[in-house]
Design a protein around this ligand. Structure first.
Ligand SMILES: Nc1nc2c(ncn2[C@@H]2O[C@H](COP(=O)(O)OP(=O)(O)OP(=O)(O)O)[C@@H](O)[C@H]2O)c(=O)[nH]1
Ligand SMILES: [Mg+2]
Length: 258
């Protein structure tokens, strides 16, 4: 039997130099029984990923493509994808990496959980049943550290807030002011979770097995790690009760001048 959300989910796949992975990934997503559409957001990949995406889109009306002029960052790729998905009336907007770290066959689990009531569903490595395969100790440490800091500094309740495997209900993306999101790179992911939690959205997690990429190269640079620290500090200071603080100082000043 078809799920209630048949044909209503879009998976946004940002790509930069993913020629080894893209056709296989799109094939597996489109082979799922739920008519899940795919939107590739390619940043003029020098390896010709854009041309592969064009061919896939020409052969299947369920495959869409957005070309951007150059490498503009993961966060802005997601934003461009969200605008496209909202404009084309999709009810569930998912994001995933192109490198098979996220299994295409897990997408229906995420959408089904959103359809059952969660506003945002995260494909999570760090809940019971979740796992990481093939990562280096240093990558694991960075990932654990980032999640631990987000929990301590920002009070984020999600166990895997740096995961790019997600499903949003369209209501979330219509409510959160995407233009006000500062991060343009990987930190976008933590910032989105923080904003969703603050807006009171219901966030769920589905355990996934994250498999480190075997084809193509990572795009994470050292500067993304510095940016992640900056994001934590910026979000924390933004969330402080500045209005309350200013009111206390004013009250004290008033008392002193009386
Ligand atoms: N459009 C676009 N896609 C990007 C950009 N940076 C990364 N990506 C894509 O975003 C996804 C995640 O990037 P990865 O390099 O796999 O980053 P990661 O998964 O955190 O790192 P690895 O574990 O080393 O693979 C992949 O599909 C990339 O091709 C960008 O600037 N623009
Ligand atoms: Mg990856």
């Amino acid at each position: 039997m078809r799920p209630e959300w048949y044909g209503q989910a879009l998976v946004i796949v940002p790509t930069y130099n993913e020629k080894e992975n893209l056709a296989k990934l799109v094939g597996r997503l489109r082979a799922l029984p739920d008519n899940i559409h795919v939107l590739i957001v390619d940043d003029n990949s020098p390896d010709g990923t854009g041309a592969i995406a064009d061919a896939l889109a020409a052969a299947d009306t369920g495959v869409h493509i957005l070309h951007r002029s150059g490498k503009l960052g993961l966060g802005t790729a997601y934003k461009a994808g969200f605008s496209y998905g909202l404009a084309h009336n999709f009810r569930y907007l998912c994001t995933m990496d192109a490198d098979f770290s996220h299994s295409p066959e897990s997408v229906p689990d995420l959408v089904a959980k959103a359809a059952a009531g969660d506003d945002l569903v995260v494909g999570s490595r760090y809940v019971p049943g979740g796992a990481v395969v093939g990562s280096t100790p240093i990558r694991r440490l960075i990932s654990y550290g980032a999640n631990w800091l987000a929990r301590i500094f920002l009070g984020v309740a999600v166990h895997d807030c740096t995961a790019g495997f997600r499903c949003y209900r369209r209501k979330v993306l219509e409510t959160i002011n995407l233009d006000a999101i500062f991060s343009n790179g990987y930190s976008f992911l933590t910032e989105m979770i923080f904003l969703c939690q603050r807006a009171g959205f219901r966030i769920g997690e589905v355990p996934i097995t994250f498999v480190n990429r075997t084809e193509g190269a990572s795009k994470i640079s050292k500067s993304e790690i510095y940016k992640a620290f900056y994001t934590l500090i910026r979000l924390r200071t933004q969330a402080l009760p500045w209005d309350w603080f200013v009111a206390q100082v004013r009250r004290r000043d008033d008392k002193m001048t009386k």
